[in-house]
Design a binder for this molecule. Structure first.
Ligand code: CP
Ligand code: NVA
Length: 336
């Protein structure tokens, strides 16, 4: 039996650093097979349910396409149309879905909700994003860094710039600490990653020889970085009332070409989990422009449209890494 079989993936630390590397290798193997049209289906006859209490493009499509390509049947439950939360508790939902399905994906609000789901379900539960963690995104991010760096992850310098207290700020800090990167979290102090996550990362870094830094100084933070990562300034589930305060705090932290120049690395690349406000071509982007005069938020459009951008490779890698997680946890033997 492979060591991932039957396990949940609720946050990065559910697995060891070696486990994360194994999943990245499996994702690369599955990606090569898909490109060569030689993919072997490991999930024939499996039924998978996807619970999305928040919206999604990439995560939903990655789970659906990965499931279909591996031979599974996929059922989608959105934020309305099921009994979840309104008439049926998470615990009861978990016990019902366990009788129908071989695996459960959950995207929603507090991490405690996905933990309760996993406690009551007897099949693997995968976290497709909570307020606190986004572990399947972290895998895709690390896969993309590996592909573009052509070097071990432990040689790479990565900076995250923006709202560092939320899911991506947390997952990137812990993931980097486990995998040995030089990681800089750059944010105004009010939006720093919590002390608890930072201290956990420092403890993990002792094993991996990672370097983990929190700073509010952009120039110091990005110096020598190979990758700059940013995310939206207001996340799903947050109140619209926070826009003004968040824009006031983060306006100086937008990722522009000037910030890339501060890395001192001509080839440094842009990462972003997406979706991104880099122009006014969305209803929210246009509304923010009308209210605050910002033509972009977390990343400037000229950077987004430049050769620095590897975010669409990163988006594609959601498919391969999510496929790896499902195959590893649902298939008794690992394909490689
Ligand atoms: N990056 C990410 O999770 O995208 P979606 O919200 O579209 O799933
Ligand atoms: N921080 C963002 C990530 C989206 C993938 C959010 O939670 O909305």
């Amino acid at each position: 039996m492979n060591k991932f079989y039957g396990r949940d993936f609720l946050k990065e630390e559910d697995f060891t650093a070696d486990d994360l590397k194994t999943l990245l290798n499996l994702a690369a193997h599955l990606k090569r097979q898909r490109q060569a049209h030689t993919e072997t289906p490991h999930l024939l006859g499996k039924n998978i349910v996807l619970i999305f209490e928040k919206d999604s493009t990439r995560t939903r499509c990655a789970f659906e396409v990965a499931g279909h390509e591996q031979g599974a049947h996929v059922t989608y439950l959105g934020s309305s149309g099921s009994q979840i939360g309104k008439k049926e508790s998470i615990a009861d939902t978990a016990r019902v879905l366990t009788r129908f399905f071989d695996g459960i994906e959950y995207r929603g609000f507090e991490q405690t909700r996905v933990e309760t789901l996993a406690e009551y379900a007897t099949v693997p539960v995968w976290n497709g994003l909570t307020n606190e963690w986004h572990p399947t995104q972290l895998l895709a991010d690390m896969m993309t860094i590996q592909e573009h760096a052509h070097a071990p992850l432990s040689t790479q310098k990565l900076a995250y710039i923006g709202d560092a207290r939320y899911n991506m700020g947390n997952s990137l800090m812990i993931g980097s600490a486990m995998l040995g990167l030089d990681f800089r979290s750059i944010a105004p102090k009010d939006l720093w990653t919590s002390d608890a996550v930072y201290e956990k990362a420092q403890a993990l870094a002792k094993e991996s020889h990672a370097r983990i830094t929190r700073t509010d100084n952009i120039e110091e933070g990005v110096k020598d970085c190979d990758f700059l990562y940013t995310d939206v300034w207001v996340s799903m589930g947050e109140s619209d009332d926070v826009w003004k305060e968040r824009i006031d705090l983060l306006r100086p932290y937008a990722v522009t070409e000037e910030v890339f120049q501060m890395t001192g690395k001509a080839e440094s690349k842009l990462l972003h989990c997406l979706p991104s406000f880099h122009d006014r071509k969305t209803t929210i982007g246009q509304a923010i422009y009308e209210r605050f005069g910002l033509p972009y938020m977390e990343v400037a459009d000229d950077v987004f449209e430049s050769k620095r951008n590897v975010v669409f490779d990163e988006a594609e890698n959601r498919l391969h890494t999510i496929k790896a997680v499902m195959v590893a946890t649902l298939s008794p033997t690992l394909p490689c």
